[in-house]
Design a protein around this ligand. Structure first.
Ligand SMILES: Cc1cc2nc3c(=O)[nH]c(=O)nc-3n(C[C@H](O)[C@H](O)[C@H](O)COP(=O)(O)OP(=O)(O)OC[C@H]3O[C@@H](n4cnc5c(N)ncnc54)[C@H](O)[C@@H]3O)c2cc1C
Length: 495
């Protein structure tokens, strides 16, 4: 999906805005030529593309403030962008707004080992924080699989998760301070190095706000001491449902693994071909279960979870023998998305979360839907968190196939809601799941979201059209939407 070129009036406005921006930013930091704009036309959800109107790459907080003030005065919307790895279209640009890239804010301002915090700019890569903390025996726990590339600004805006978030929490549990700018260019500081702040928890509110409440320019994050020992178990299953039930059993047993991930056969084969991780390619599913802590804790945990896994029907349980093997076992999981990307011209990554005891049921439903739609689905996900990532394989060049894929994805998300889950676990709503937000929330709940948005950004200039649907959009979605065999009607209690 892409959009038409800008009109003449819009071109004139763009030139005048670019000239004003160049009064306080270098010429090379304000992009208006098509070949310069093209790299910014989408994020990781490449099915949606739109050529930005202007891309600005400020280098200082002062420049961000001046840019926002200028746009605010002229009613020009602004979309913040980190590294553009988002999978829900959150950084999709506008045809009449500024795409504000934070890429040049790439400095680690401080690592404070005594306080176990790091203060960083928004464009710093996730992995770079752990690299900077490593000499002190510390690391930053949330580890999205995209951590080589994604920025901490995008992580906070999406409340990113990762393999180790099961034990150490999502981004929201690991950020203690945020500085952000309002649309009027006012700098607001929330929290800092202390673990708690009085008043409403605006820190949590900003985390996961998808660029809709402010532009974040600095973060203080928690650092954790590296565990003494970490070991991963790879459990092999002949049936995917049995693996799903084993996840629920591990969680119910009271153990809290550092990570608990699942891959189905399609994902296993793709990852093995790509990363040579030593995965059993005949298995219907594998679980990767990591334990960390003191040496005694890890040994005891491994013995007990191995027994549990075998009791739950695992055909085999392997345990990493050294650090190299542990990293190899994870390498396949971490490379699974690009690996699956080699199986078909395109893939669509969904992201729903469910109560863990329903894993087997939901995986069965995904498999039925995959057959019904004639589209292969690979599953590779944060099983311990109940956070599913069905990857739907399709070919965007085949007429109607993207639409079919989106419909299948929508049905998966709706089933997640039906079993008591949510339409996103970590990738955000963006443009992708905006329709399903109408099913997740009632009219009154959405009105509260709109009231909150208006308190921060009364004219709706920050990332419009994303994350929170307008009520009329929901009415439209309700009119089109058939749920459980019935039309979801706009006048019913939801819309
Ligand atoms: C191969 C692959 C694997 C992935 N694995 C994971 C995973 O395991 N866990 C996970 O959570 N995600 C994962 N993702 C998704 C993605 O990497 C995350 O959502 C990440 O947090 C996005 O960061 P980014 O810097 O690329 O943000 P962008 O895509 O640039 O932006 C994302 C959103 O944040 C907003 N934003 C960015 N910077 C700011 C700022 N400074 N102030 C205000 N708003 C801002 C944007 O407007 C947009 O709404 C994966 C993606 C890929 C491609």
């Amino acid at each position: 999906m892409s959009t038409a070129p800008t009109s003449l009036a819009s071109t004139a406005l763009r030139q005048s805005l670019a000239a004003r921006l160049r009064e306080f930013m270098p010429r090379s930091s304000v992009l208006t030529e098509e070949e310069d704009l093209r790299p910014y036309e989408c994020d990781g959800l490449s099915a949606y593309r739109r050529l930005p109107w202007i891309v600005a790459l400020p280098e200082t907080v002062e420049q961000v403030g001046r840019l926002l003030r200028l746009c605010s005065e002229q009613d020009i919307p602004v979309v913040a962008r980190g590294a553009g790895t988002g999978l829900s279209g959150g950084a999709l640009p506008l045809e009449d707004g500024v795409l504000l890239s934070l890429a040049k804010f790439n400095r680690i301002l401080e690592v404070d080992p005594a306080n176990r915090t790091a203060t960083v700019q928004p464009g710093v890569r996730n992995l770079a924080i752990s690299e900077a903390a490593a000499p002190y025996g510390l690391y930053y726990a949330p580890d999205p699989s995209s951590q080589l590339a994604c920025s901490i600004g995008g992580n906070v805006a999406e409340n990113a998760g990762g393999v180790h978030c099961l034990k150490y929490g999502l981004t929201v549990h690991n950020v203690t301070g945020i500085k952000f700018m309002t649309m009027d260019g006012e700098l607001i500081t929330l929290g800092g190095k202390a673990l708690d702040i009085p008043g409403y928890d605006l820190l949590a509110l900003m985390t996961g706000s998808e660029g809709m409440l402010g532009v974040m320019v600095e973060f203080t994050v928690k650092l954790l001491p590296k565990p003494e020992r970490a070991q991963v178990m790879l459990a092999v299953f002949d049936e995917i449902e049995t693996a799903g039930d084993a996840v629920a059993a591990i969680i119910a047993s009271g153990f809290l693994p550092a990570g608990l991930e699942m891959m189905d056969n399609l994902a296993i084969r793709a990852a093995e071909a790509y990363a040579k991780a030593g995965y059993p390619v005949e298995a219907a599913a594998i679980l990767l279960c990591e334990l960390d802590g003191t040496s005694e804790e890890v040994s005891e945990g491994i013995a007990q979870i191995r027994t549990l896994l075998l009791k739950q029907g695992a055909a085999e349980v392997r345990v990493s023998r050294d650090e190299a093997e542990r990293l190899r076992m994870w390498a396949g999981r971490k490379a699974a998305f690009p690996a699956v990307g080699r199986l078909s011209p395109d893939y669509y990554c969904m992201d729903g979360t469910i109560p863990r005891r329903h894993l087997a049921k939901v995986l069965r439903r995904i498999s039925d839907l995959s057959k019904e739609y004639g589209l292969a689905v690979a599953n590779v996900f944060h099983a311990g968190d109940g956070n599913l990532h069905p990857l739907i394989l399709y070919n965007a060049n085949k007429p109607g196939e993207l639409e079919k894929t989106e419909e299948l994805g929508g049905k998966i998300l709706e089933f997640c809601i039906e079993v008591g889950g949510t339409v996103t676990g970590e990738h955000g709503v963006g443009v992708e799941k905006i329709g399903q937000m109408c099913l997740q929330f009632t009219r009154v709940e959405l009105e509260q979201f709109h009231a909150l948005k208006a308190a921060f950004d009364p004219r709706g200039l920050l990332n419009p059209g994303k994350a929170v649907p307008t009520l009329s959009r929901c009415a439209e979605f309700g009119r089109m939407h058939v749920h459980g065999g019935k039309l979801v009607h706009p006048e019913l209690e939801r819309f």
